[in-house]
Ligand binder design. Structure first.
Ligand SMILES: C[S@@+](CC[C@H](N)C(=O)[O-])C[C@H]1O[C@@H](n2cnc3c(N)ncnc32)[C@H](O)[C@@H]1O
Length: 307
């Protein structure tokens, strides 16, 4: 599996529903706006219709589609695919009942879909479509849509509220992983090659670097280290494994953030994507910024159209 897929597989196996769509402190407003966005799509899908969710992750959109259909008294079925080795039915236990209504398939590239031509009434994607090469992904979207079938996508916006904070974490993780940095200190401490004073000195250096306000991941690591060190019941091997796992998770997180920054569309990229869709024969293609919350924050681009 390539590094990118591994990063997402690690992420989705950690029991998460959404990837990055909720702004801290704005959870309810953002969730409502997003639910309404997908609910509107369901209400325009014919009863008995089948919808395909591309790059589904752990099925955040697929779940919203099913919930909306139940609310609207509509009968729809949902298929959901992702390149990562997703297993929402195993890892997302709390949504078990709804998840069973969706057919998930992992290790599926949206540029090479295992479905016959004209098989879906609707195709959707949320912060996933833009991760794939656009010409092939659009060609596949157009191929699997039934005539007059519709599509709706939410994609990352380069200036959107989600992109900058996530991309900033790439640098934060670089600092944590640098030679002699916090993660090295923790591993060394557990291996007996680094003294506690060196770890404390690294802590002071980071506090100074961040003006006494440790950013989220760094603060979480300090909390985890405190816990790891106080667990005298754990033998040294288990504690050392904990530190190695920390490095692996940070590398995966950094890879995900890098991909997000690369995938996000600026105005000209959005115009190009629209053009690619029109050239693939998709009709009535529109795109516009998608805003959420009382502060009308820019969250992404919304694309819509039909075959
Ligand atoms: C930001 S997550 C979005 C997941 C989900 N739609 C959500 O809103 O929570 C991006 C997803 O795109 C998937 N992905 C990236 N490239 C892909 C491709 N070529 N084919 C299928 N999935 C892909 C990744 O594995 C990841 O799960």
């Amino acid at each position: 599996m390539a590094a990118g897929e591994t990063a997402w597989t690690t992420y989705w196996h950690a029991n998460r529903l959404d990837s990055c769509i909720v702004r801290p402190g704005q959870q309810d407003d953002d969730q409502k706006a997003i639910f309404d966005f997908w609910r509107t799509f369901v209400s325009g899908t014919p009863d008995g219709g089948q919808i395909l969710d591309l790059a589904t992750g752990n099925g955040a959109v697929a779940l919203r589609l099913v919930e909306a259909a139940v609310e609207l008294g509509q009968d729809i079925s949902v298929k959901a695919v992702d390149l990562a080795d997703i297993r929402p039915e195993i890892f997302l236990k709390e949504y078990g009942d709804l998840i069973r209504l969706i057919e998930f398939e992992g290790q599926v590239d949206i540029c090479d879909l295992p479905f016959s031509d004209q098989s879906f009434d609707g195709v959707v994607s949320q912060f996933g479509f833009e991760y794939a090469p656009p010409v092939s992904a659009v060609a596949e979207l157009a191929r699997v849509l039934k005539p007059s079938g519709t599509f709706q996508l939410l994609v990352h916006h380069k200036s959107g509220a989600l992109v900058a904070p996530n991309v900033a974490q790439v640098n934060e993780i670089d600092t944590l992983l640098q030679a002699g940095g916090l993660v090295d200190c923790i591993q060394g401490l557990l291996a007996g090659t680094v003294r506690m004073e060196q770890l404390e000195a690294e802590g002071r250096r980071l506090l100074q670097l961040y003006d006494n306000q440790l950013p989220r991941i760094t603060a979480e690591i300090f909390a985890a280290v405190r816990q790891l060190l106080t667990r005298q019941d754990l033998d040294l091997i288990v504690r050392a494994e904990g530190a190695t796992d920390m490095r692996r998770r940070l590398e995966a997180e950094q890879e995900r953030m890098r991909q997000l920054g690369d995938a996000a569309l600026a105005e000209n990229d959005a115009a190009d994507l629209r053009q690619i869709m029109a050239e693939a024969g998709l009709r009535d293609v529109s795109y516009e910024p998608f805003h959420v919350g009382a502060d009308q924050a820019l969250l992404g681009w919304q694309f819509a159209g039909r075959r």
